[in-house]
Design a protein around this ligand. Structure first.
Ligand code: FE2
Ligand code: FE2
Length: 284
């Protein structure tokens, strides 16, 4: 049996420290649990696509965690896949290289409790960048060799309600790359997909595949994208063993569920990065 903690969407920044206290509380709680590994399912930053300092700050902040950490990037780290939420922050070679130069990799694979745990860069899916094909080949090699159950982590969920959703949307992986990815997953013993991005918690099974949305440790949206989701902050505890996967959301003592709309003055600021600077205490 192995225990993994999933932390998602901490949205850290050296200039905008809205969620720094939550990050410190999260790290304290996770360190007390002494997990075998920690997955950070992206959006470590607020303005990572356009800030060297921010990506470096996020990397340094991970040093507060004492277990082995596996981080993958999200739209606030390397930019969105096209068409994206913001036309000026689409993933490109420069943004990807910034992440790689600091974190060393944008995907991971490790064994835990008789499972294979994989993480991929969701922002490459549908990007058309050469690194998308490289990641596909890597995933094919990983999944093709696999006989043990697999848990896959990525920033964006594959879909909201159904794999047949045709809409191109910023909330999930888009239809074409989703279909390609699902074909790969369905041909392998993949049992669980864990994602972040939506800042709420949901745990459902669709076509024999369990899809778990990890909540953020930073903020909630006024309305979750699915009324059936829990609009709540926290972390996930994932126990992997011969009997399967036991996954539950757990509370972090003292974590504040910041409301994004309220924080941005209900329309006064379009993006958090536009707000007046409010640096956090330095990570130490
Ligand atoms: Fe996020
Ligand atoms: Fe995101």
């Amino acid at each position: 049996m192995a225990r993994i903690i999933v932390i998602s969407d901490p949205h850290l920044s050296p200039t905008h420290g809205f969620f720094w206290d939550n990050w410190c509380r999260t790290c304290e709680a996770v360190n007390r649990l002494t997990p075998d590994a920690v997955i950070v399912s992206s959006d470590l930053c607020i303005n990572g696509p356009d800030s060297d300092a921010e990506v470096a700050f996020a990397s340094q902040a991970l040093a507060l965690l004492r277990s082995p950490v596996h981080a993958i990037p999200g739209n606030h780290d390397v930019g969105d896949e096209p068409p994206g939420q913001e036309a000026e922050q689409i993933i490109d070679a420069h943004r990807l290289q910034r992440w790689l130069s600091v974190f060393g990799a944008d995907r991971f694979a490790f064994d835990a409790g008789g499972w294979r745990v994989l993480g991929i860069n969701a922002q490459l899916l549908g990007s058309g960048l050469p690194q998308e094909a490289e990641q596909d080949a890597w995933l094919d090699a990983e999944l093709g060799a696999e006989s043990q159950p697999v848990l896959l982590a990525l920033h964006k969920p594959l879909f909201l309600q159904s794999a047949t959703e045709a809409e191109v949307t910023v909330t999930s992986v888009n239809p074409e790359p989703r279909a390609r990815l699902l074909r790969r997953l369905q041909a392998a013993p993949v049992q669980v997909v864990v994602s972040g991005h939506l800042h709420c918690h949901r745990d459902v099974v669709r076509n024999d595949l369990r899809h778990v949305w990890a909540p953020s440790t930073a903020f909630i949206l006024q309305e979750p994208v699915d009324a059936a989701a829990d609009n709540i902050v926290g972390i996930l505890s994932v126990e992997l063993g011969d009997d399967g996967a036991s996954i539950e959301r757990i509370d972090v003592p003292g974590l504040v569920a910041h409301d994004l709309a309220e924080l941005k003055g209900h329309g006064r600021y379009k993006y958090l990065r536009d707000m007046p600077a409010c640096p956090p205490p330095a990570a130490s």
